[in-house]
Design a protein around this ligand. Structure first.
Ligand code: UDP
Length: 370
C-alpha cells in the first residue's frame, strides 16, 4: 500500500467492472474504496425486490457466455438457474418466436422443413448480398431477407436506436442468431442463467469485505476522493471525465415503467418484444419468469427507448463512425493518464456482462500481476 494514501484503489462505479476489479485487487492483498453515485451497488444489473420478485430495475439482464472460466468465476459467488432466454415478438398482434428459427419460419410462411425455409430466405435476400454490408439494414436484408426485416427488425431497431437502420452499424444485428432448427434459445452460448436470488447476490459477493460508499458524486469531491487512494479506476462516461473536450459521445437511453399487477401471470414469458414502429416501447419484461416465480402478483416493465443526453442515464453506446472517431480521441488521451478506464461507458463499447467481467479480469491481471 502507498504510505501516504489510505487505499490502493479508488474505484468509481460499483457496477460489474468496478466490482470485479475490486475483488481481484482484494485477492492480491490490495485495498479499494468503491464509490457510486447511485444508492445501490451493481450498476445496471441491480435488482429491486418488489412483491418478493427480483425486478431487473434497469432492464433485462440475462447472463450468457461461452467461456467456461467466466462461467466458473461467476458461479463462485452465486449459483445460477437454468433460465434460457426465448423472447417472443409481437408484430401487429401476431406472435413470433425469436431468435429467427424454424418456429419463426413456420409462423411466417407455414414452412415445415429447413430446405423450404432456406429457399424463401435465399429468394428474399439474394439481391441484397454484398460482400461488405455498409449498415444494419443492408446487413439484415442480406442475412434474413425482406419479411423478417420488415416485420421483426426494422421497427424495433429504429425505435430502439432512434435512427434509421441505414445509419446504424451492421454489427448490432449480428448479435441475433439465425438457425434452421426448432430452437428458441436467443443465445448460442454454452452457459446461460440468472443468479439465484438475483444479480445483487453476484455483485454483493464480489464486493464482500470491500469498502463501498453509495450516493457519492465523484465530480463534486474529485480532489479529496482521489487523495484517498494511490490510483483511480474510472468506470463512468469517458467524455464526461474529460469535460467533453472532444465533443459528446452519443448514447441511447431508456425509460422504465414498472407496474405491479394483481394477477399471477401476465404474458407467460419473461420478455416480449414489440417490433412495430408505432408502439412506443420496445419490450415488456415480466420479471418473475426469469426465476420461475410462483408469487401471487406479478411485476412488469415497459422499456421506452429515448435519446440520452448529458443529464439522462446512458445505456447503449451508439458505435457509429462519428462516435467511434470521437471516442478514439478520448482513448488516446486516456492512454497517457494515470487513471485506469474500463467498462461499457469508459470504453464506449456495447459490452455484455460476460465481456465486462472478462475485460475487468484482464485489466486487473495486467495492472496487479507485474
Ligand atoms: N433486434 C430486432 N428485433 C428484435 C430484437 C432485437 O431488430 O425483436 C435488433 C435491434 O436492432 C437490437 C439488436 O437486435 O438493438 C440487438 O438486440 P439485443 O436483444 O441483443 O439487445 P439488448 O438486449 O442488448 O437490448
Amino acid at each position: 500500500m502507498n504510505s501516504t494514501k489510505g487505499y490502493d484503489f479508488l474505484i468509481v462505479g460499483a457496477g460489474l467492472y468496478g466490482a470485479v476489479f475490486a475483488h481481484e485487487a482484494k485477492k492480491r492483498g490490495k485495498t479499494s474504496l468503491v464509490i457510486d453515485k447511485r444508492e445501490h451497488i451493481g450498476g445496471n444489473t441491480f435488482c429491486k425486490k418488489i412483491e418478493n420478485i427480483n425486478v431487473h430495475a434497469y432492464g433485462a439482464h440475462i447472463f450468457h457466455t461461452n467461456d467456461k472460466k467466466i462461467w466458473d468465476y461467476v458461479n463462485e459467488f452465486v449459483p445460477f438457474n437454468r433460465y434460457t432466454n426465448s423472447p417472443v415478438a409481437n408484430y401487429k398482434d401476431s406472435l413470433y418466436n425469436l431468435p429467427f428459427n424454424m418456429n419463426t419460419f413456420y409462423q411466417l410462411w407455414n414452412v415445415k422443413t429447413p430446405a423450404e425455409a432456406k429457399k424463401i430466405i435465399e429468394k428474399q435476400s439474394s439481391q441484397y448480398k454484398s460482400k461488405n454490408p455498409k449498415n444494419l439494414e443492408e446487413q439484415a436484408l442480406s442475412l434474413v431477407g425482406e419479411d423478417i426485416y420488415h416485420k421483426l427488425i426494422k421497427g424495433y431497431t429504429e425505435k430502439q436506436w432512434g435512427r434509421k437502420a441505414t445509419e446504424l452499424p451492421a454489427f448490432i444485428i449480428k448479435r441475433l442468431p439465425l438457425r434452421y432448427t426448432f430452437d428458441n434459445n436467443y443465445f448460442n452460448d454454452t452457459y446461460q442463467g440468472i443468479p439465484i436470488g438475483g444479480y445483487n447476490e453476484l455483485t454483493g459477493g464480489l464486493l464482500e469485505g470491500i469498502d463501498v460508499q453509495l450516493g457519492v458524486n465523484y465530480y463534486k469531491d474529485k480532489e479529496s476522493l482521489e487523495k484517498l487512494a494511490a490510483k483511480t479506476v474510472f468506470t463512468g462516461k469517458i467524455d464526461e471525465y474529460y469535460k467533453y473536450e472532444f465533443g459528446e459521445l452519443e448514447y441511447r437511453g431508456l425509460r422504465f415503467e414498472h407496474e405491479v399487477l394483481d394477477l399471477e401471470n401476465y404474458q407467460g414469458n419473461a420478455v416480449v418484444n414489440y417490433t412495430e414502429a408505432n408502439i412506443p416501447y420496445t419490450r415488456i419484461l415480466e420479471h418473475k419468469h426469469f426465476e420461475f416465480g410462483k408469487q401471487k402478483k406479478t411485476v412488469i416493465t415497459k422499456e421506452y427507448p429515448l435519446e440520452a443526453s448529458t443529464n439522462l442515464e446512458p445505456y447503449y453506446p451508439i458505435n457509429d463512425k462519428k462516435n467511434n472517431t470521437t471516442y478514439l480521441k478520448y482513448k488516446k488521451k486516456s492512454e497517457n493518464d494515470t487513471v485506469i478506464f474500463g467498462g461499457r461507458l469508459a470504453e464506449y463499447k456495447y459490452y455484455d456482462m460476460h465481456q465486462v467481467i472478462s475485460a475487468a479480469l484482464a485489466k486487473a491481471k495486467n495492472i496487479l500481476d507485474f
